[in-house]
Design a protein around this ligand. Structure first.
Ligand SMILES: [Zn+2]
Length: 125
């Protein structure tokens, strides 16, 4: 029950964050589209690659590039790719790659419980 409420609160927070972030067309007017490919790794798993995901973003979408952490016990974790995208667009670069650890600071989870490798491709108008 409490968990359901937590999820609702977090979903509402995400909606607020999206509204604050604004639209891609406003924040990055030169961008025609963004593709994020990521591989999600979880440390406790037997198989190192847990998930691969590709997400597409268009100018009429929100400039909100937060990817959730898939670890069930992880609260308020995730990966915020907004600074990387802002930096790519500023330099008008077409792509960039990197690695991020889950940002959650959580007593029962190790600091490196989850990480992603990401590849960002930016298309310009
Ligand atoms: Zn996490």
């Amino acid at each position: 029950m409490a968990r359901t409420q937590d999820q609702r609160v977090r979903r509402e927070q995400a909606e607020r964050d999206k509204a604050i972030a604004g639209l891609i067309s406003d924040r990055f007017p030169a961008v025609a589209g963004i593709v994020i490919r990521m591989k999600y790794y979880q440390k406790l798993s037997f198989s190192p690659v847990l998930m691969e995901r590709t997400a597409h973003f268009y100018p009429d979408g929100y400039a909100y590039f937060h990817m959730a952490c898939m670890t069930q016990e992880c609260v308020d974790g995730g990966f915020d790719l907004t600074p990387m995208i802002a930096s790519l667009v500023k330099q008008r670069k077409k792509s960039g790659t990197g690695k991020l650890k889950c940002k959650a600071v959580n007593g029962s989870l190790s600091a490196d419980h989850a990480s992603i490798f990401y590849e960002i491709v930016v298309q310009y108008t």
